[in-house]
Design a protein around this ligand. Structure first.
Ligand code: NAD
Length: 517
C-alpha cells in the first residue's frame, strides 16, 4: 500500500501537525507504527498545556455562535460532513486498516458508521423534542425544552478510532455543542484526517472551531480535559480501568459523564437453537477485528447435550480461519494483527492462565510464526491464532471473568436456562449478550420485563453480540459504565433540560393550592 499517495489524498501530508519522517525519539512527536508490519506511518505533533488552553478558548468562542444557529441549519452542516466523509470513505477506511489493523471491509464499515450517524443526526436536528404537561393551575402550561449543553470532551479508544468520535460529534453538533476530541495515541492519524474534514466543512459555513482535536498523553492532555470544569460532558470510551478513573474526577466536579467501557460478552446456545445461525454468528463475534471489539463474543454458554457437537463445528470453522490470518489489507484476510506487543502478551498470558485453571485448548493458543508476518522492525509480528478454550467440568475458569482484548472464546455448559443466564450475568461487565433459540419462552425469559434475564445493555435474539446498528441506543450496564450513545434518545446526554411553568391567567396562583396573601 502506497501510504504517501493515501496521505496526500486525505490532506494529511500538508497538515501542519503531520510529520512525514519522524526521527527516532523526536521530542513532542508521536510516532505511529502500523501493527501490520511495524512500519512507521508518520508522526503527529503533540499538544502541550498552551495548545490545550487555546483549544478550549476557541471551543468556547465557537459555542457562543453555534448555539444560536437553528438546529435544522446545524443539521445541514452535519449532512455536508457526512457527504464529505462518504466521498473519502475508501481512503479513510484504508487509513483505519493501516493504523489499527482492521481488515478492509471492517475499516470501510467503521467509516460507514460515520455516514450513518450523520444521517441519523440530520433527521434528529428537526426533532430534539420537548414535552408539554397539563398544569394543576387554571390557564397555565408546563413545558420542557432541551438546550445546548456546551463543550463535550470525547475520549476515544484505539479500536474504534473514527466511529466513536462521530457518534458523539454528530449528535453533539446538532444539539448545539462543540466537541473536543482526544483520540488514543495508538490512532492519531485517523483522528487527524477525520477531524480535518469535519473542521473544513464547519469553517466553510462560518463556524470554525466546533470540531476541536487535541492530541497528547493522558498526563498532559487527557487528565486536564477530564478535570476541566469548562467541559460540561466527558464522553469516554475505553477500558473499565480508565472509566473508573475518569468517572471519579468528573463526579468530583459534578460534571456529566457518558461512559462506554469494557465488555465480556456471552452467547447462549440452547437445545432449541438453529446452529446454522449460531455457528457463523459465534465465529464472527469471537474472531472479527481479531477479538478487539468491545462487543466481541468472549464466552459461549452451550447446553450440555449440544456442547460436543457445537465445539466440533466451531473448531472446523476456526480451522478455516487459520489460513486467512495476515495483512488485513490483502483480499481474503479475515484476521489481522493485534494492536501491539502488550496485547500479544495479554493473549499469551490468558491462554496460559486458562490452561493452568484446567481449561482445554481446542484450537489455537499460539502467536502466528510466519516469515511473511514478521515485523519490519525486527519483532515477531503481532498476529495470533483465534483460540477456543473449553472450561473444565466444574465450569470454573476464573480468567474468563476478565476482558482479554484478543480472539479467545471460552466455552461453558449448562443444564437449565436459568443456570445459563446466571453464568452469563456472573461477570463484572454488562455490555452485550445474545441467545440462540427457536423457543418463544426461552426468548422471553432472556428478555424478561422484570429484568431477571440478561443484565446487559444489549440482548440479541438469534444474532451475535457484535455489529450493532446505529438506530438503537448503544451501551452497557455495570462495569461497562451505564452510558448510551448513538441512536434512540441518546441525544439527551448532549443537552440540558429546562422546565417552564407558563402563566397566561393574568393572576398569580401558587402550586399545591398554597395561599400567601
Ligand atoms: P484505554 O482505556 O487504554 O484507553 C482509552 C482512551 O482513554 C485513550 O484515549 C486513552 O488515552 C484514554 N485514557 C486512559 N486513561 C485516561 C485518564 N486517566 N484520563 C483521560 N484519558 C485517559 O482503552 P483502549 O485499549 O484504547 O481500548 C480498549 C478498551 O476500550 C476495551 O476495554 C474495550 O472494551 C473498550 N471499548 C469500549 C467500547 C464501548 O462502546 N463500550 C468501545 C470501544 C472500546
Amino acid at each position: 500500500m502506497n501510504s504517501t499517495a493515501l496521505f496526500k489524498r486525505l490532506g494529511l501530508s500538508s497538515h501542519p501537525r503531520f510529520v512525514a519522517r519522524p526521527g527516532k525519539g523526536a521530542a513532542g512527536v508521536q510516532v505511529v507504527h502500523s501493527p501490520i508490519d511495524g512500519s512507521v506511518l508518520g508522526g503527529v505533533r503533540l499538544d502541550d498545556a498552551k495548545k490545550y488552553e487555546a483549544a478550549i478558548r476557541s471551543a468556547q468562542e465557537a459555542f457562543e455562535k453555534w448555539r444560536l444557529v437553528p438546529a435544522p441549519v446545524r443539521g445541514q452542516i452535519v449532512r455536508e460532513l457526512g457527504d464529505a466523509i462518504r466521498a473519502h470513505k475508501a481512503d479513510l477506511g484504508m487509513l483505519v486498516s493501516l493504523e489499527v489493523g482492521k481488515i478492509t471491509s471492517e475499516g470501510q464499515g467503521e467509516i460507514q458508521e460515520i455516514v450513518d450517524i450523520a444521517d441519523f443526526a440530520v433527521g434528529l436536528s428537526r426533532q430534539l423534542p420537548g414535552q408539554v404537561f397539563p398544569s394543576e393551575r387554571a390557564h397555565h402550561r408546563i413545558v420542557e425544552q432541551w438546550l445546548p449543553l456546551g463543550l463535550v470532551g470525547v475520549i476515544s479508544a484505539f479500536n474504534f478510532p473514527a466511529a466513536v468520535w462521530a457518534w458523539n460529534a454528530c449528535l453533539a453538533a446538532v444539539c448545539g455543542d462543540v466537541t473536543i476530541w482526544k483520540p488514543s495515541l495508538l490512532a492519531p492519524l485517523t483522528a487527524l484526517a477525520c477531524n480535518s474534514i469535519a473542521e473544513k466543512v464547519a469553517a466553510k459555513h462560518g463556524h470554525p472551531g466546533i470540531f476541536q482535536l487535541i492530541i497528547g498523553s493522558d498526563e498532559q492532555i487527557g487528565k486536564p480535559l477530564v478535570a476541566d470544569k469548562r467541559v460540561a460532558l466527558i464522553s469516554a470510551t475505553g477500558s473499565t480501568r480508565m472509566g473508573r478513573a475518569v468517572g471519579q474526577v468528573v463526579a468530583q466536579r459534578l460534571g456529566r459523564t457518558l461512559l462506554e467501557l469494557g465488555g465480556n460478552n456471552a452467547v447462549i446456545v440452547t437445545e432449541e437453537a438453529d446452529l446454522k445461525l449460531a455457528i457463523p454468528a459465534i465465529v464472527f463475534g469471537a474472531v472479527g477485528t481479531a477479538g478487539q471489539r468491545c462487543t466481541t463474543t468472549r464466552r459461549l454458554i452451550v447446553h450440555e447435550k449440544l456442547a460436543d457437537r457445537v465445539c466440533k463445528k466451531l473448531v472446523a470453522a476456526f480451522e478455516q480461519v487459520m489460513s486467512r490470518i495476515g495483512d488485513p489489507t490483502a483480499p481474503g484476510t479475515l484476521v489481522g494483527p493485534l494492536i501491539n506487543e502488550q496485547a500479544v502478551k495479554n493473549y499469551e498470558h490468558a491462554v496460559l492462565a486458562a490452561k493452568a485453571e484446567g481449561g482445554r485448548v481446542l484450537i489455537g493458543g499460539q502467536r502466528v510464526k510466519k516469515a511473511s508476518l514478521k515485523s519490519q522492525n525486527g519483532g515477531s509480528g503481532l498476529y495470533v491464532q483465534p483460540t477456543i478454550v473449553r472450561a473444565p467440568a466444574s465450569n470454573k475458569l476464573p480468567i474468563a471473568q476478565e476482558e482479554t482484548f484478543a480472539p479467545i472464546l471460552y466455552v461453558f455448559t449448562f443444564k437449565t436456562l436459568s443456570q445459563a443466564i446466571a453464568i452469563q450475568n456472573s461477570v463484572d461487565a454488562g455490555l452485550s449478550s445474545a441467545i440462540f433459540t427457536e423457543r418463544f419462552r426461552e426468548v422471553e425469559a432472556f428478555l424478561h420485563p422484570g429484568g431477571t434475564g440478561s443484565d446487559c445493555g444489549i440482548a440479541n435474539i438469534n444474532c451475535g453480540t457484535s455489529g450493532a446498528e446505529i438506530g438503537g441506543a448503544f451501551g452497557g450496564e455495570k462495569d461497562t459504565g451505564g452510558g448510551r450513545e448513538s441512536g434512540s434518545d441518546s441525544w439527551k446526554a448532549y443537552m440540558r433540560r429546562q422546565t417552564s411553568a407558563i402563566n397566561f391567567s393574568g393572576t398569580l396562583a401558587l402550586a399545591q393550592g398554597i395561599k400567601f396573601e
